[in-house]
Design a protein around this ligand. Structure first.
Ligand SMILES: Nc1ncnc2c1ncn2[C@@H]1O[C@H](COP(=O)(O)OP(=O)(O)O)[C@@H](O)[C@H]1O
Ligand SMILES: [Mg+2]
Length: 242
């Protein structure tokens, strides 16, 4: 196993730094930073990187036990995870259980937090400049971002992730409102769940109160968000170390 937890910095995004370890593996380092509105609001958030890494490790591990293939290989116990390097599909896949966020902007006919009759899966182009616009499956095909087989597998996997995560959240007294997934393909063209699963990429409620990044979007300080991520980890049963 590769374990020096470093390599050439190949990408710095809003939430993470990505290092190339070798042809097979990458290290992703979760930053102690929180951003919102496509990076327009940004604050230092001590300990947030470790908390979000722990969330990702715990939830990817849970999905793995349910047979959902994902990129996670190892964790340094702090802010870094070792993952399989993938050819990323530049799409954000969103699963929604309740009407919230950008859904309400395009569908103002529905009341906030109405539960959908069945989960909605939607696709957005991953592009900060364009603010991740909603795209159709035909758009994806025409642009050559994925083929129909991959689209079907993405939908089925996203719904399965929703089932596993949603059931787990309910068992801990939490409500999973919606979340974002990213996928890539490996050397054998297998579809693999990638990126992160954390309070930055999902909306989770306890008795109607947000534990996730929505707090920051609504004006809470970075410190308050970190406290909330600590609470989320405790409620999810995530150990603080290893
Ligand atoms: N297994 C993987 N292989 C290659 N790239 C990945 C993998 N998992 C995630 N990524 C990419 O790494 C980057 C993570 O950094 P992040 O801060 O989230 O970036 P961004 O601001 O672009 O969302 C994202 O661009 C994501 O698509
Ligand atoms: Mg990201």
């Amino acid at each position: 196993m590769v374990n020096n937890w470093t390599g050439e910095l190949i990408y710095e995004g809003k939430a993470k730094r990505v290092y190339r370890v070798n042809d097979e593996f990458l290290v992703m380092e979760f930053k102690d930073e929180v951003t919102a509105f496509d990076g327009a609001r940004k604050e230092h958030a001590p300990s947030k990187g470790r908390l979000a890494a722990a969330q990702t490790v715990f939830l990817m591990g849970l999905l793995g036990r349910y047979g959902i293939r994902n990129h996670l290989v190892d964790w340094d116990g702090d802010r870094k995870i070792l993952v399989r390097g993938l050819r990323m599909i530049p799409i954000e896949v969103i699963v929604r259980n309740y009407a919230y966020g950008s859904f309400l902007k395009r569908m103002p006919l529905m009341k906030p937090m109405t539960k959908f009759s069945k989960p909605i899966v939607e696709f957005h182009l991953k592009s900060d400049e364009l603010h991740d616009p909603l795209i159709t499956m035909d758009d994806i095909i025409e642009a050559g971002l994925a083929n129909w087989g991959q689209i079907n597998e993405i939908i089925n996997t996203a719904l399965r992730v929703n089932e596993v995560l949603g059931n787990y959240m309910v068992s801990r007294g939490l409500t999973l409102v919606d979340f974002k997934l990213e996928f890539g393909s490996d050397g054998s063209n297998n579809l693999v769940l990638a990126d992160e699963l954390s309070g930055d990429t999902m909306r989770v409620l306890i008795n109607g109160r947000h534990l996730d990044k929505e707090l920051f979007r609504r004006g809470a300080s970075a410190m308050d968000l970190v406290k909330s991520y600590e609470e989320m980890n405790k409620l999810l049963g995530i150990p603080l170390n290893t």
